[in-house]
Design a protein around this ligand. Structure first.
Ligand code: NOJ
Length: 524
């Protein structure tokens, strides 16, 4: 006869055992939800080549790299790049072999309309994208299309580019061409890729068109892009959505900022301000209609201190606020890294001086060859939660995440980076209920990495840029990602070894319970 105390102790032992079993099973078994959109990302100028073929016009990257090669680390350009203009079928076959659900690529505006103006379209350019889209669909791969990934036609730049408000109308008309020609098959649209980075090309020393217009150019370029985005969104609503039933958003990038000292209110406020300048700049307007209040306040204050008659951050009219509000059908998130911050000033061109913060990194965080990419998966998870709280848990697709190295085929660092970030996304989905529905890795191929030419490589597939045929070779990360897509998770063991592991877990837990019983309960 067991007494009550002994029964209670046994009950406790069983409960502890079950807890151990369930946590073991759960932590090893998070899966991506059914239908999760796994994919890979690329961009026109970075992979296509064919820079002046079949009637394509000159864009700002053609102009800058060809006229000022010294600005690019290895003096290279995207004239040929991966030659995807000719080898697109091979690239789609790679996506197919990976079993990707979607492929994110961008359309070169000057291939569609050589000067950017739509009264003179280039039928051969339109035909190219028709072929690419048809090839994807024939292979059951969903096209996810970016309309503008940094390469505006040079003629539009000569008119002022993104600091000329009229660009928003040119962009709208260009978008109309895309919806009309491709919208029957393309259901996922991203108007603008990383608008913040475009702004760098108008301010501090970064990217084409390589202008140095300081804060004024920086914010004006952002303002026009936001208005352009809202015009395209409403164009879709008014003329295409009912028939085409697609979704439209813009992709927003940036570091995630965390307080250097989590206990310091000043650091907490600084991190929040930095995040609003970084992501809120382009997310707040499309979710809430206007710039983040803290950004408005700080830039206005700074402009005043500088003795300017008006703020460098332009103001939206009431009508523009209405038009911007609610113009993201999903959140397209580009994420690579995290920084710790404190109030101060940072000379690094990556950061906006108006936000007044200094950045720090933890020495233990692994750095990639591209020095700005420091792997902080925990920051990624925190960012997903931040987006959830800030914008009402929108559907999120991670449209970029990846690792830059020297192009080795044994890219184990890339595997570890991607794996840890996918694991963070899985935890955000299962533990924080973040509404993440897709992940398109940057990138399918090694490609032209903007100011860094071909120095940093991001592909799952290597491209030999010294060979005119541009042969592709699979890297170790390709095999890794293929397995993730096939298993919907990070447990790369087969189902047999998985269930073996499960039984071993149960077996060891039973042994633990038995030992507790023998050595702890019985002797009392
Ligand atoms: C962001 C950009 O969208 C993409 O074009 C670039 O290659 C990657 N990040 C890596 O730097």
């Amino acid at each position: 006869m067991m007494n009550d105390i002994l029964q209670f102790k046994m009950f406790k032992t069983v409960a502890v055992g079950l807890l151990i079993i369930s946590s073991n099973v759960l932590s090893s078994g998070y899966k991506f939800p059914d239908g999760f959109m796994f994919g890979a990302s690329t961009a026109a100028y970075q992979i296509e080549g064919g820079w002046n073929e079949d009637g394509k016009g000159e864009n700002i990257w053609d102009r800058m790299t060809r006229s000022r090669p010294e600005l690019i680390s290895d003096r290279s350009n995207g004239d040929v790049a991966c030659d995807s203009y000719h080898k697109y079928k091979e690239d789609v076959a790679l996506a197919k072999d990976l079993n990707l659900k979607c492929y994110r690529f961008s359309i070169s505006w000057s291939r569609i309309a050589p000067s950017g103006e739509v009264h003179k379209l280039n039928p051969l350019g339109i035909a190219y994208y028709n072929r690419l889209i048809d090839e994807l669909i024939a292979n059951d791969i969903v096209p996810l299309v970016t309309m503008y990934h940094w390469d505006i036609p040079q003629y539009l730049q000569d008119l002022g580019g993104w600091v000329n408000p009229i660009m928003s109308d040119y962009f709208k008309e260009y978008a109309r061409v895309l919806f009309s020609h491709f919208g029957d098959r393309v259901k996922w649209w991203i108007t603008i890729n990383e608008p913040k980075e475009t702004c760098k090309g108008y301010s501090f020393n970064g990217y084409a068109p390589y202008l140095h217009l300081n804060q004024t150019g920086y914010y004006m370029a952002g303002h026009t892009q936001l208005i352009a985005h809202s015009k395209v969104y409403h164009l879709y609503n008014d003329e295409f959505r009912a028939k085409q039933q697609g979704k439209v958003s813009l992709s927003v990038n940036g570091f995630f900022y965390v307080p250097k000292d989590e206990q310091s209110q000043d650091d907490v406020d600084t991190a929040e301000r930095a995040n609003q300048f970084e992501r809120g700049w382009f997310s707040h307007p499309v979710y809430k209609g206007d710039y983040p209040p803290v950004m408005r306040q700080w830039v206005d204050k700074k402009s005043k201190q500088e003795g300017r008659p008006w703020s460098t951050l332009p103001t939206f009219t009431k009508k523009e606020i209405e038009l911007l509000n609610g113009t993201a059908d999903f959140y397209a998130l580009n994420y690579y890294s995290t920084r710790m911050v404190k109030h101060g000033s940072d000379a690094d061109v990556n950061y906006n001086p108006d936000a007044e913060f200094e950045t720090y990194v933890d020495k233990s965080w692994p750095v990639s060859l591209a020095p700005w990419i420091i792997a902080v998966p925990e920051g990624f998870k925190r960012l997903l939660v931040w987006i959830k709280n800030e914008y009402g848990n929108p559907p999120v697709i991670i449209t970029e995440n990846g690792f830059g190295d020297n192009g080795t085929l044994n890219d184990f660092e890339r595997i570890s980076y991607i794996k840890s970030h996918l694991s963070a996304a899985l935890r955000a989905i299962h533990e924080d209920e973040c509404n993440v529905f897709g992940y398109t890795v940057w990138s399918l191929l090694d490609d032209f990495e903007w100011m860094n030419g071909y120095v940093y490589r991001f592909g799952l597939v290597s491209v030999d840029f010294n060979n005119p045929q541009r042969p592709r070779t699979l890297k170790a990360s390709y095999g890794f990602f293929k397995k993730v897509v096939a298993t919907y998770g990070l447990d790369d063991s087969s189902s047999t070894t998985h269930s073996l592991k499960l039984w071993l877990n149960i077996f060891f837990c039973l042994i633990t319970m038995y030992s507790i019983y023998i050595f702890y309960i019985l002797p009392r």
